[in-house]
Design a protein around this ligand. Structure first.
Ligand code: PMP
Length: 430
């Protein structure tokens, strides 16, 4: 990394006009002890900041860019659409194509509604679950993040976990009491919750592969237990696949793991880098959504033409090239092995959790399988690692409790360079 004068200058101005100088908290780089860099451009696996420094990007806008930055087909779809108008607030063919494409990939989704962010998707999904079941309680898992709507901003992950405020100020006690918290991967605890609350539970919402306390895969029987318990008591099972949808396989975590939820929430990849979200599921449930049913939900920009064009093009490329997932697996495995060896050869204890092209290296040698084990990680060491890697042109997530993402644009050469940098970074710890 060369100098970062322009980023520094922009940050000084940004701090005056935005909370923390940012529009989303983790971007402020607080937990890695430095000021943020300001990005000017992305192409493929690379990013360039305002000072002209070049990075290999493992954040990828927090997951959406599975094809890399500025994929030519996605760019051309956006250009073409923008010339025809950016937003109509009326029905378009692209929305139908999008819904059909998603349904084809995720058979549990029979009917789908597009929204503008993952937050909107999960917020709407729990309203629907309550409207459909006529029950109030929602069960979520500590360390899972489902966006920032009030009911879900409790014992949450991602930035809130990083900043030590997993329960946000401004969420009323009355709202919080309808959200029951269980431990991720703890089958006994969730059974006990169902014994106690039983038919008061409207839904269980879960990241089927967690990405917001860092990557944490589900244990063998965990999701199966959730499916059985919800079916037995008439509660709905919501898979929040905002990260995992079209990431871990073309049919998401549900296809990979063979468990079928009642409702699925999506975001990130389905927008191809533009703002988007969606929730969908069984027809009988989705018919409760307005105007078919009594659960109200709407949006001025929902199904926005530019987002549909970028998202549909991305999904089309993924569906026409199934080898993309095999390649991502091969490259991610190579990166994971390299990162692990770079630490092992100096006996620095780490745990690397990986599912396909999502992974996290925790500075914690004891294994990470839930919130309690995740927070035992050495966040100071991660911060030092982040800064050292950044200096060498490797852009990792600026917080320990986040996921590294790979895109199809990451070449073997990118990965070799990253592993080389990882050996150097590890060397600075000894
Ligand atoms: N659910 C999950 C699993 C997420 O990872 C996120 C965002 N990282 C959200 C929901 C919220 O999505 P958005 O930031 O688009 O509101």
């Amino acid at each position: 990394m060369g100098d970062n004068m322009k980023s520094e200058e922009l940050y000084m101005r940004a701090k005056k006009v935005m909370p923390g100088g940012v529009n989303s908290p983790v971007r402020a780089f607080r937990s890695v002890g430095m000021n943020p860099i300001f990005i000017k451009r992305g192409q493929g696996s690379h990013l360039w900041d305002e000072d002209g420094n070049d990075y290999i990007d493992y954040v990828l806008s927090w997951g959406p860019l599975i094809l890399g930055h500025a994929h030519p087909d996605v760019v051309s779809a956006i250009k073409k659409q923008s010339e025809m108008g950016t937003s109509f607030g009326a029905c378009t063919e692209l929305e139908v194509l999008m819904a059909e494409k998603i349904k084809q990939a995720l058979p549990s989704i029979e009917v789908i509604r597009m929204v503008n962010s993952g937050t909107e998707a999960t917020m709407s999904a729990i309203r629907l679950a309550r409207g459909y079941t006529g029950r109030n309680l929602i069960v979520k898992f500590a360390g899972c993040y489902h966006g920032h709507s009030d009911s879900l901003l409790i014992k949450t992950g991602s930035g809130a976990l990083t900043f030590g405020i997993p329960d946000s100020a401004g969420v009323t006690k009355e709202t919080a009491k309808d959200t029951i918290i269980s431990k991720y991967n703890d089958t006994e605890m969730i059974k006990a919750i169902f014994d106690r609350y039983d038919e008061d539970i409207a839904a269980v919402i879960v990241e089927p592969i967690a990405g917001n306390m860092g990557t944490v895969p589900p244990r063998e029987d965990f999701l199966k237990a959730l499916r059985e318990l919800t079916l037995k008591c008439g509660a709905l099972l919501i898979f929040d696949e905002v990260i995992t949808g079209f990431r871990v396989s073309f049919s998401g975590a549900q296809g990979l793991l063979g468990i079928t939820p009642d409702i699925t929430t999506l975001g990130k990849i389905i927008g191809g880098g533009l703002p988007v979200g969606a929730y969908g599921g069984k027809e009988e449930i989705m018919r409760y959504v307005s105007p078919d049913g009594p659960v109200y939900q709407a949006g001025t920009l929902s199904g926005n033409s530019l987002a549909m064009a970028a998202g549909y093009t991305t999904l089309k490329i993924l569906s026409e090239n199934p080898n993309i997932y095999e390649e991502l697996e091969r490259r991610a495995e190579k990166l994971c092995r390299g990162l692990k060896e770079s630490m092992e050869h100096l006996e620095i204890p780490v745990t690397i959790n990986r599912v396909g092209s999502m992974m996290t290296m925790f500075f914690n040698g004891q294994g990470v399988y839930d919130y309690d084990s995740a927070i035992k990680s050495d966040t100071n060491l991660y911060a030092a690692y982040f800064r050292e890697m950044l200096k060498q042109g490797i852009y990792l997530p600026p917080a320990q409790f986040e996921t590294f993402f790979l895109s199809y644009a990451h070449s073997d050469e990118d990965i070799d360079r990253t592993i080389e940098a990882a050996y150097k970074a590890a060397g600075t710890f000894k």
